[in-house]
Design a protein around this ligand. Structure first.
Ligand SMILES: Nc1ncnc2c1ncn2[C@@H]1O[C@H](COP(=O)(O)OP(=O)(O)OP(=O)(O)O)[C@@H](O)[C@H]1O
Ligand SMILES: [Mg+2]
Length: 237
């Protein structure tokens, strides 16, 4: 199997109030194409920061990120945006829908960027998959948190990404909707071969992936293959 993501000696430091804050230190791992991997860890441990660096949304302070054999550190902002458009889907913890666009238009954006045809029908199909076709004309402010999350999911899917990063994809959903979203994620993983990298506090969800990387205080505390018997029923805080 080919490697789709290779992270070497990755570090991220923020400067605030004249002080340096090391958020991630010496992170190393790689992920094979088609795998489903979870990243877990306490709040503030650096999971969202790590996901952003892996996806080329942000730049590392040290080390390297290689996505689909492309070294992201060597690229300009525009070049990284191109790599994201071509290969990456991202579901944000805070959704990041464009507030002035309807649900439908939000899902159409990546399709438009790729210069695809028949984008309205494709976007409607995707909204239908997340159970929101009937709300397509609504703006994000008119949707509940869980509904916005599902629009964000449809938008990420519309890119037909080679690798999908999802930051707490079921964090705001009721049990039934959460099951639907999980199924969509794992179907995409199995049917389209999309690599999945999930950040989650829900260990039941994490146990459905093949591998769990645990982050603590900006370091990798453990990186293990899943033994679902052992993990079921627990939840990280
Ligand atoms: N732009 C920034 N400037 C300064 N510090 C930041 C910035 N972004 C994140 N941090 C800090 O980095 C640390 C890690 O944040 P991050 O959002 O990656 O955590 P997380 O593991 O995703 O937490 P949660 O589970 O609550 O989402 C936190 O202490 C946060 O305050
Ligand atoms: Mg986070």
């Amino acid at each position: 199997m080919a490697t789709i993501l290779d992270i070497r000696n990755l570090g991220k430091t923020y400067r605030s109030g004249g002080k340096e804050l090391a958020v991630l230190t010496d992170i190393n791992f790689s992920i094979e194409e088609g795998a489903a991997v979870s990243i877990v860890g306490p709040s503030g441990s650096g999971k969202t920061t790590l996901l952003g660096l892996c996806a080329g949304l942000d730049r590392a302070s040290s080390g390297s990120v290689e996505l689909n054999n492309i070294r992201l550190d060597d690229l300009s902002e525009d070049q990284r945006a191109q790599v994201r458009n071509r290969y990456v889907g991202f579901i944000f913890q805070n959704f990041q829908l464009l507030p002035t666009l309807t649900a439908l238009e939000n899902v159409m954006v990546p399709l438009e960027l790729r210069g695809e045809k028949n984008i309205k029908n494709q976007a409607l199909d995707l909204l239908d998959k997340v159970g929101l076709a009937h709300r397509h004309h609504h703006y994000p402010a008119q949707l509940s948190g869980g509904e916005q999350q599902r629009v964000s999911l449809a938008r990420a899917f519309s890119n037909r990404p080679k690798i999908l990063f999802a930051d707490e994809p079921t964090g705001n959903l009721d049990a039934e909707t959460s099951d639907k979203v999980e199924k969509l994620l794992f179907d995409l993983n199995q049917d389209a071969g999309t690599t999945l990298v999930l950040v989650t506090h829900n260990l039941d969800l994490a146990a459905k992936t093949q591998r769990i990387i645990r982050i603590k205080g900006g370091h990798i505390a453990s990186d293990e293959l899943v033994n679902s018997d052992q993990l079921a029923g627990n939840s990280y805080q």
